[in-house]
Design a binder for this molecule. Structure first.
Ligand SMILES: NC(=O)c1ccc[n+]([C@@H]2O[C@H](COP(=O)([O-])OP(=O)(O)OC[C@H]3O[C@@H](n4cnc5c(N)ncnc54)[C@H](O)[C@@H]3O)[C@@H](O)[C@H]2O)c1
Length: 289
């Protein structure tokens, strides 16, 4: 069993990942900002909470002491990331550098799994083929530019690393539609559910072969549809007509992805799009019961 640090451990991914790793018997350290709600951590068998900032080296010594693996999830995301470029780069890039330098200095040489994003590819709407991990990056907003820089810091850290370019998350819950949906009607999209993403991350704990690679994490072939197909089906289940929802007025980041390697390495794509629609229907029925 491994000693694992999760930065951003109180966030959306962090909480779900922590619960899954805890169930496997790993020893966890969860690091997040002091104001975060760590209530869920009371349920963990073996989880220690550290309240601190990844930009503060003094706050990193204890959570890094003797750690085998770091899941580096702490970041500022859209829309907050787009308000202040300097702040976003301080957290997402300088914070990553401070964390990895402290990890290097600790002498333990832990592996690092980095939560990057498919946003790094920018607008790929002109592409006929699926996006592959080796395609050039072309960030077109502050968040994506900060992820590109953080990936560079990761690659130059001297630590063993895996770079996960993660697609957008589909949420099977009774929610209002996003205003607007983050894509256009004819745009190719491929989302992923959090359970499958977390399954991929958990599989990485024992996957030394995956280190040194950039992998795209997305739902797989059953999730490759257009924005309109997704929104129409979502609207049927939620009983909201498509013409009462709105789309981006320019192409969003999403596309179809080549996940052959990530799936071969990590075996995480267990939730088909039809499974997801079933989960969403069930969530709606429960909410309306
Ligand atoms: N949500 C998505 O659809 C998505 C998609 C692709 C990649 N990602 C990446 O996955 C990671 C986790 O995303 P999430 O959805 O859980 O976001 P989240 O906002 O729920 O979690 C991020 C966590 O980082 C913490 N954090 C921010 N600044 C910090 C700092 N200076 N020091 C310590 N902790 C700090 C926040 O308090 C928060 O709990 C992020 O790196 C994000 O860029 C998310």
């Amino acid at each position: 069993m491994a000693d694992i640090l999760i930065t951003g451990g109180a966030g959306n991914f962090g909480r779900t990942l922590a619960t899954a790793l805890d169930a496997q018997g790993h020893a966890l350290r969860l690091l997040d900002l002091p104001a975060c709600d760590f209530g869920f951590a009371d349920q963990l068998q073996n989880g220690r909470v550290f309240r601190g900032d990844i930009m503060d080296p003094a706050a990193l010594a204890a959570p890094l002491d003797g750690v085998d693996l770091i899941f580096h999830l702490a970041a500022i995301l859209p829309p907050a990331s787009e308000a202040d470029r300097d702040r976003t780069f301080r957290i997402n890039v300088d914070g990553t550098r401070t964390l990895l330098q402290a990890a290097q200095a600790s002498g333990a040489a832990p592996g690092v799994v980095f939560a990057s994003s498919i946003s790094v590819y920018g607008d790929t709407s002109g592409r006929a083929e699926r996006i592959t991990p080796g395609d050039p990056v072309n960030p077109n907003d502050i968040y994506a530019a900060s992820k590109v820089e953080a990936e560079r810091v990761l690659a130059e850290s001297g630590l063993p690393w895996v770079n996960l370019r993660i697609s957008a998350i589909a949420i099977p819950e009774f929610l209002d539609p996003p205003e607007p949906w983050p894509f256009q009607p004819d745009q190719r999209i491929e989302l992923v559910v959090l359970d499958d993403l977390v399954r991929a991350m958990v599989a990485l704990v024992d996957k030394k072969q995956a280190f040194g690679k950039t992998l795209i994490i997305a739902g797989g072939p059953t999730w490759q549809i257009t924005g309109r197909e997704y929104v129409t089906r979502w609207g049927e289940i939620m009983e909201i007509p498509e013409d009462e929802m709105s789309y981006l007025d320019r192409p969003g980041w999403l596309n179809w992805y080549d996940t052959d390697e990530s799936e071969a390495q990590l075996g995480y794509q267990r939730t088909t799009l039809d499974d997801f629609w079933g989960q969403l229907k069930q969530a709606v029925n429960e909410a309306l019961a």
